[in-house]
Ligand binder design. Structure first.
Ligand code: LLP
Length: 424
């Protein structure tokens, strides 16, 4: 059940990074996100080891906490950023500007300007964007380095909301239009095409779609090279899935074994030496983090409901993608499972169900529930819905504990609101 092998059980308590979760909950309150630094570093290194010659651009959207980004910067990661805000955070965390790619299907002029001011390469998603970028680069007397985001029309078997490389997806430029885009880029003085980019989806548990995308991308690389463009990088995106529910998941090494031969053979034939870039998010972060929630109430209705103090406000994945997250009763972790429970949050939505029909030890009010594998797209997708301040985030490492985000207060709910004077 525990996909993250950095979790242990001692005296029936769940331990993460050498720290007892029951003590963390007592000391810092709940709900509480807890991230294990050692696991971030180990995941990153495993990925980098599988692709020793590639640059790893961590997908900041998965978790853009400053400390997380800082740890990855120390490991040598670059970043895939999808907004001005993520770009700002990545730079603040010390990720070098020449290892950042600015992605996005609907960027504002202000965001493009921010990219140009910081000399950040842009993955351009449309001809409209190319023209806007060219004008902005011109006014800044700058040459913008660009890639095009290709929609390769590859269908990975994943949840439809996170399949991004399908023909009908909003992302990227259709393969058949990409060469025309490079031609136009060549005609623009303030634009320099230096890369090509795709991303086919997320939580992909089969390497075949990655191979298909690589082949399609390398076909385009051949055509782009024939235009006389020397591609500095080929970015094949992120998307490697993890095992949330004991599913078989390919490792980074499996992915490397599947796509590197195709990549190597094709660049050799073309006599070019572009850098391979990959953009993992989930693989680096998902299993590093647990969400601790306190049981407010247990009731038997048509099901056995356990009401906890975290809901879709802090973890939207179960509701949004029917995602499975492992559950451990953190203060009874060694005890025998005996009852089937459905774990629900406190939010006023019937869909606010974190885990359905799980066989667990007998649960009572006051028990501590740990929701596993929430380091990617957990806190980063949180909200204040229902007037619930966001929770704190901790970093643990070999017994040490740091608060990396403080718990919001009720005042924080109002912090950026303004009551016009006529209402005062
Ligand atoms: N690169 C680009 C351009 C992306 O759009 C994404 C994710 C990634 C890289 C990283 O993909 P990963 O390695 O994490 O699969 N909120 C959803 C996932 C949305 C993914 C969006 N794009 C979830 O919770 O499952």
């Amino acid at each position: 059940m525990m996909s993250a092998n950095h979790l242990e059980i001692e005296n029936s308590h769940l331990i993460i990074g050498g720290v007892d979760t029951v003590i963390l909950a007592e000391r810092f309150g709940t709900p509480l996100y807890v991230t294990n630094e050692a696991r971030i570093r180990a995941n990153y290194q495993r990925f980098q080891d599988a692709f020793p010659n590639a640059d790893i651009y961590y997908a900041a959207k998965a978790n853009y906490n400053l400390t997380v980004l800082r740890i990855l910067a120390e490991e040598g990661a670059g970043a895939d950023v999808f907004s001005g805000g993520e770009l700002y955070c990545a730079l603040k965390a010390g990720i070098p500007s020449d290892k950042i790619l600015f992605n996005g299907n609907s960027k504002t002029d202000a965001e493009l300007e921010l990219a140009i001011e910081n000399d950040i390469r842009v993955s351009v998603d449309s001809l409209d964007e190319l023209r806007a970028l060219s004008e902005i680069a011109h006014t800044h007397d700058h040459q913008a380095k660009v890639a095009f985001r290709v929609n390769p029309d590859v269908s990975p078997s994943t949840h439809p909301k996170i399949a991004t490389g399908l023909r009908e997806s909003k992302f990227g430029i259709p393969s058949q239009d990409v060469i025309a885009a490079y031609k136009e880029a060549l005609s623009l003085e303030n634009i320099k095409p230096v890369g090509i980019h795709c991303h086919i989806g997320s939580q992909i548990l089969d390497v075949a779609p990655f191979v298909e995308a690589t082949k399609k991308m390398m076909d385009l690389v051949e055509e782009v090279t024939r235009l006389g463009i020397q591609l500095e990088f080929i970015d094949l995106g992120g998307g490697l899935g993890i095992s949330y529910e004991n599913e078989a998941a390919p490792s980074p090494k499996d992915l490397a074994n599947a796509i590197l031969p195709v990549f190597a053979e094709r660049i050799k034939a073309l006599e070019i030496q572009p850098k391979l870039i990959l953009e993992p998010g989930r693989y680096i972060m998902a299993d590093t983090t647990i969400l601790l929630a306190k049981v407010n109430t247990v009731k038997h209705a048509y099901r056995n409901f356990v009401g906890v103090d975290a809901g879709l406000n802090l973890l939207v994945r179960p509701v949004m993608y029917d995602a499975y997250h492992g559950i451990v009763v953190a203060n009874k972790a060694g005890e025998k499972s005996s009852v089937v429970y459905t774990i629900v949050g406190p939010i006023c939505e019937a869909g606010d169900v974190l885990a359905r029909d799980r066989f667990l030890p007998k649960i009572e009010k006051g028990d501590l529930i740990a929701i596993l594998d929430v380091g990617a797209y957990g806190f980063s997708m949180s909200s204040q819905y229902n007037g619930r301040p966001r929770c704190a985030e901790l970093l643990v490492c070999e017994g040490k504990v740091d608060v990396i985000r403080k718990r919001e207060s009720y005042d924080d709910l109002l912090a950026s609101q303004i009551l016009p004077s006529r209402f005062r």
